[in-house]
Design a protein around this ligand. Structure first.
Ligand code: HEM
Length: 385
């Protein structure tokens, strides 16, 4: 995996991949240039992907797949509801939920940290943020498992495979749509102070979010905000195990944790690649890309570009500055980055405080999930003391 990112640049910053029929962009400057220019590099693939009625609802509020001006309208509206204050206000709950999850494994000297903490924490936080009754948390976990548990989604660009994968998750999507629509209608009548109430009330120039747009946004939160944070937590503990000298620096000075998290994000980006589609013929790093080309912006390779990072293949928790592209760049820059960073800071601090000694129990049991789509450990058994 890492070798692939390291060697990707050897063929030049931009190259055409005959097999996959798409353009690979691998250097930091070109990746940033692609992401900074939505007029030339669109995020909207809706014309290319097969349509499936159950997914149409999601598309409406799913602004990660939109271009300006639709993107701006939705992002501005949801920004009113999902403010930095709302995120900062989650701190006590993230602390309490992490403590509860760690208490559940307190008497064990070996446990899978993905099952115990990295997987449930972000989904519980999102469910609580939305004001979903605690009893329905399990439902959210089930949906997440169906939507991202398998390897089929995103593992192939072949349209027949994409259609088959969409078909297999359609019943779950239908159930989610129905549940979320009821949830939103309830909050239309009783908005309350939670995120759903704020989404219902948000207004810019007399424009409000429709029910369908809120469902789509909530689905986006579930997709973008769950597995990525699970990945970050697992990747952090894996990296600290692999680099004990760096882990010792953190143990000696816990104040380094934010920098450690940034280095983990650079080192193992949960989303290694972002797709774009050219809207016209473009020039990039001396190459000419025709209109309607698929472009893969390889964040993972850009994060190891020696033109931007000294000793890029060293995991170095003292790295500063650290201009990684793991949260993207430009108008689609990750909307949940402050929440992801907050969850990681609290969860990792509490894990390190509770267990003075942590080791990956059995390296052969560490499994990386479908790495072209998401770089995340599926299982990470830890031995703790
Ligand atoms: C967008 C990564 C956590 C919500 C993005 C993008 C990336 C990303 C790369 C840009 C996509 C693009 O340009 O096509 C990550 C990583 C995370 C994380 C690595 C954790 C380590 C979260 C969380 C939330 C979230 C916790 C919400 C609770 C979003 C949303 C967008 C987004 C709504 C779309 C923004 C837009 O299109 O304007 N994320 N994300 N993400 N992320 Fe995250």
């Amino acid at each position: 995996l890492v070798d692939g990112w390291r060697t990707a640049r050897q063929a030049g910053p931009v190259r055409y991949d005959e097999q996959q029929k798409l353009w690979q962009v691998v250097d930091h400057e070109s990746v940033a240039a692609v992401l900074a220019d939505p007029a030339a590099y669109s995020s909207d693939f809706s014309g290319l992907a097969p349509t499936q009625p159950d997914f149409e609802t999601f598309r409406q509020g799913n602004f990660v797949g939109m271009d300006p001006p639709a993107h701006r309208k939705l992002r501005t509206l949801v920004s009113q509801a999902f403010t930095p204050r709302v995120v900062a206000g989650l701190e006590p709950r993230i602390h309490a939920v992490t403590t509860e999850l760690l208490d559940a494994v307190e008497d064990r000297d070996r446990f899978d940290v993905v099952d115990a903490l990295a997987y449930p924490l972000p989904i519980i936080v999102i469910a609580e943020l939305l004001g979903v009754p605690a009893g329905d948390r399990a439902l959210f976990q089930e949906w997440a498992a169906t939507l991202f548990g398998g390897d089929e989604i995103g593992s192939s660009l072949d349209m027949a495979d994409v259609e088959r994968a969409l078909e297999s998750i359609a019943p779950t999507v239908r159930e989610m749509n129905g549940y979320l629509l009821d949830h939103i209608r309830h909050h239309r009548k009783n908005p309350g102070e939670g995120l759903t109430g704020r989404l219902v009330r948000a207004e810019v120039d007399g424009v409000r979010l429709t029910d369908q747009e809120i469902v789509g946004f909530v689905a986006l939160l579930l997709v973008a905000g769950h597995i990525t944070t699970t990945a970050l937590l697992g990747n952090a503990l894996l990296s600290l195990d692999q680099y004990p000298d760096e882990a010792a620096l953190l143990r000696a000075d816990p104040g380094r944790l934010p920098d450690v998290i940034e280095e983990v994000l650079r080192w193992l980006p949960p989303f290694p690649e972002l797709g774009r589609r050219t809207t016209r013929e473009v020039q990039l790093a001396g190459r000419t890309l025709p209109a309607d080309s698929v472009v893969m912006a390889n964040l993972a390779a850009a994060n190891r570009d020696p033109a931007r990072f000294a000793r890029p293949d060293d995991f170095d928790v003292t790295r500063s500055p650290n201009p990684h592209l793991t949260f993207g760049h430009g108008i689609h820059f990750c909307f949940g980055a402050p929440l992801a960073r907050l969850e990681a800071r609290i969860a990792l601090r509490l894990v390190l405080e509770r267990f003075p000694e942590i080791a990956v129990a059995c390296r052969s049991e560490v499994e990386i999930q479908n790495p072209a789509v998401i770089v995340s450990v599926r299982r990470l058994p830890l031995e703790v003391r």
